[in-house]
Design a protein around this ligand. Structure first.
Ligand SMILES: Nc1ncnc2c1ncn2[C@@H]1O[C@H](COP(=O)(O)OP(=O)(O)OP(=O)(O)O)[C@@H](O)[C@H]1O
Ligand SMILES: Nc1ncnc2c1ncn2[C@@H]1O[C@H](COP(=O)(O)OP(=O)(O)OP(=O)(O)O)[C@@H](O)[C@H]1O
Ligand SMILES: [Mg+2]
Ligand SMILES: [Mg+2]
Lengths: 255, 255
């Protein structure tokens, strides 16, 4: 039965897509079967890997199309469900559903298609928002990884993510577990970054993971439609995401 | 009659809030009356300036509260309408309105309260999304400033912004003008950044403005609830945003 992991932070540009893509790819390289779901109308997952699905996530949510037919193999052991602007219309559609149904649509579509039996890891790249799509991701997921930049507005953002998670817990009755907080764009030379990491570590303790250092190779990789491991295997970016992959596969979701 | 300027990019973390706050503050320092509207449920404008409105933008949109009562003076010549998570509920409320009405709510509330007569500049900080709130911003605004980071996914994002603007034009009949594209987080040492700026300049010509350089002072300023001009007046960040302010007040919105 798959571990379902949402990569979430409603603050923009915190490395969610970069983390989703490279984490999913790294886990798949170890031989696990991974499904990567793009839950952001920007469609950056497909753009980063050079893949465009014939059908996208919106058709799964709104039309009930089988997610197993929508998923596209992109690497050995890695399939992707892409997204595009039709997901913005899906958000409006969700808002017009009954309040009791609206947060559960993703979970019910995926469960009906028994997707959890076909993969060992399901990674969901969330968009920067507090919207219904992300509530769907949190309702479906068992665990959350929160990428956070090392600055002040990022810390403001983390508090909101925690509040959203607790609120979903109240309404849905099942608590998604915060597996880890990943500091991103870490520049050890700036004091603000070091102070921000210290704040995160004080608050999250062992769940504050090793930071991903700022590394231009990570920004370059999508220009070649490559993962960091393909584009620059010796880079700090590859090293840091390898470490994150190792952490994920060795730390099972414990309550 | 006020110039209404939306600061928009659905890509996250491109410096929208940093640009909105410092542009609005810089224009106000020159003596113009400025209203800064936070259109993002994250409420980063208020967090950056240390202000929390007794009422927020959601009450203007949903309850029809007078925006002139909601606006809070934060500096001489600078008033702010703050936002908080209630704006996420406002998005759902907008989605449940008639399709013909939903994009026009902000414009009708502001026009009814004759806000354009009280200020010379109205700056709208948009959240990272293709949502109905941003469609409201684009319907109300006369001009758009698009902050863009200097990397590949940013360029993917710019195309989407342009498509959204053209689509709003078709539906609403009035074209919001792209006043400028502002490259942000510019690090002249990295080739990817230089190549990205060249691409932007090739596409936008004179509307591709001078870049805002990456500068930790800009990330520090909100920790002190200060604008860049107050926090570090001699920094590159202050210099670059002074230049952007000068460009804005000297380049009138021409068709
Ligand atoms: N550690 C890093 N060092 C340098 N560049 C990075 C790093 N992580 C990500 N980037 C680049 O920074 C940009 C923003 O990252 P990314 O798109 O992953 O953030 P995001 O949180 O998914 O953004 P959004 O909120 O728009 O979904 C991308 O161009 C990405 O390639
Ligand atoms: N030129 C810069 N150099 C260094 N740091 C910057 C710069 N511009 C902005 N920052 C910092 O980077 C972070 C992201 O910037 P900002 O919040 O303005 O982006 P945004 O586009 O508004 O994000 P969102 O999509 O979440 O609304 C903030 O902590 C900000 O202080
Ligand atoms: Mg993303
Ligand atoms: Mg912002």
């Amino acid at each position: 039965r798959a571990r379902v992991i949402a990569v979430l932070n409603q603050k923009g540009g915190t490395g969610k897509t970069t983390t989703s893509v490279n984490l999913a790819a790294g886990v798949a390289e170890k031989g696990f079967d991974v499904l990567l779901i793009d839950m952001d109308a920007q469609g950056n997952v497909g753009a980063s890997l050079g893949v465009k699905g014939e059908h996208t996530l919106a058709s799964v949510l709104v039309e009930g199309r089988n997610p197993m037919d929508v998923a596209v193999p992109v690497r050995g052991h890695l399939d992707v469900i892409t997204a595009d602007e039709s997901l913005a219309a899906a958000e409006v559609w969700l808002a017009r559903q009954d309040d009791a149904i609206a947060p559960h649509v993703l979970a019910s579509r995926m469960t009906a298609a028994m997707v959890q039996r076909s993969y060992q890891y399901i990674v969901i790249d969330c968009g920067p928002s507090l919207n219904l799509l992300n509530r769907n991701a949190l309702t479906y997921a068992d665990e959350v990884i929160i990428p956070v930049t090392c600055d002040y507005l990022a810390l403001v953002g983390v508090r909101q993510v925690l509040r959203t998670i607790r609120e979903i817990d109240k309404h849905v009755g099942h608590a998604v577990r915060i597996a880890g907080v990943v500091p991103t764009f870490f520049d050890p030379r700036t004091r603000l970054a070091r102070e921000s990491i210290a704040t995160l570590q004080g608050h999250f303790k062992e769940r504050c993971l090793e930071p991903i250092r700022i590394n231009t190779r990570l920004a370059e990789a999508p220009t070649h439609r490559k993962t960091i491991f393909e584009h620059a295997p010796e880079s700090h970016g590859a090293e840091d995401y390898h470490r994150l992959v190792d952490w994920l596969v060795t730390h099972q979701a414990a309550e």
